[in-house]
Design a protein around this ligand. Structure first.
Ligand SMILES: NC(=O)c1ccc[n+]([C@@H]2O[C@H](COP(=O)([O-])OP(=O)(O)OC[C@H]3O[C@@H](n4cnc5c(N)ncnc54)[C@H](OP(=O)(O)O)[C@@H]3O)[C@@H](O)[C@H]2O)c1
Length: 266
């Protein structure tokens, strides 16, 4: 049975890992679901299990998010379906790893299509629908790598830094319109993305259920940025504060004196 007060959650990348656990948890909370990914068999099996276990309405959309036509189907749904109240912008890939000078740039481009282009287009569609209805939550999956220098995965880390920066700015646009946004920054999480986790110490890998449960608690607390492994309440807030302080002196009409430029500014 559907729960009209919660509405419907649309989750991309729902066929495995983090997206699959979001689907489980959100159905159990009482959301109806729209599950998006390429693997139809996995999506259908998950939809059948969750609708049987929870009685929720669970629909699947098979979409290759690197393909413009497929993406547009999901965009239209996010923009126009007034039942959708929560969008988990989760699908992501890590491709073309290794030193950039030797990278397979076609793989890198595919990754940018999924992690940046699709994520942005889908967020824009959700933002339009939610702002019009003055209600909704957008959850964007970033990564701890957004905060780190990432040799060997420079482009992947940069896509996740994009997601973090994008979410900060979206919040400023959308909060006044009644729309909540959240960036989630997982570290290593036990999903197919990290394979069997070989070479990563066990104490550095979070179980995917714990990660999603913490992310949902952050969402409930209306956190803009949720870092499930961050123990100090205000550690990330201090980073933002330092960034704001740095910027306060940087908007100027003359270069700093150490550059020795005789400014032509009046
Ligand atoms: N696992 C980690 O350690 C970790 C850490 C930090 C951040 N993250 C981020 O968390 C998110 C989820 O990752 P995960 O660990 O759950 O990975 P995962 O288990 O590999 O799942 C990725 C999901 O994205 C979907 N997907 C991939 N390419 C797609 C495409 N072209 N079109 C449509 N769907 C596509 C996959 O479904 P199909 O293959 O069926 O299409 C799958 O459902 C990603 O954005 C990832 O960057 C993960």
């Amino acid at each position: 049975m559907s729960n009209p007060s919660l509405g419907t959650a649309l989750i991309t990348g729902a066929s495995s890992g983090i997206g699959e656990v979001y689907a489980d948890r959100l159905a159990k909370r009482g959301y109806d679901l729209i599950l998006v990914a390429r693997n139809v068999e996995r999506l259908t099996a998950l939809a059948t299990r969750l609708s049987t276990e929870t009685g929720r309405k669970v629909e699947t959309i098979s979409a290759e998010l690197g393909n413009a036509a497929d993406r547009k189907v999901v965009e239209a749904r996010l923009r126009d379906d007034a039942a959708i109240t929560l969008f988990v912008n989760n699908a992501g890939v890590i491709l073309g790893g290794g030193p950039l000078a030797q990278a397979n740039v076609d793989e890198l481009e595919t990754m940018l299509d999924i992690n940046v282009t699709a994520l942005t287009r889908l967020a824009a569609a959700a933002a339009a629908g939610f702002a019009q209805r003055k209600r909704g939550i957008i959850v964007n999956l970033s990564s701890l790598l957004a905060l780190l220098d990432t040799p060997q995965t420079a482009a992947y880390g940069a896509t996740k830094a994009y997601v973090l920066s994008f979410t900060h700015s979206l919040d400023l646009e959308l909060a006044p319109q009644g729309v909540q946004v959240q960036a989630v920054l997982p570290g290593y999480t036990r999903t197919p993305m990290i394979g069997n986790g070989a070479g990563i110490p066990d104490e550095q890998i979070m179980e995917v259920e714990d990660l999603v449960d913490a992310a949902l608690a952050g969402m409930d607390n209306k956190e803009l940025v949720t870092i499930p492994a961050q123990h100090g309440d205000s550690d990330y807030a201090r980073v933002v504060e330092a960034r704001t302080k740095l910027l306060s002196g940087l908007v100027a009409n003359r270069p700093a004196s150490r550059y020795g430029v005789t400014s032509i500014a009046a």
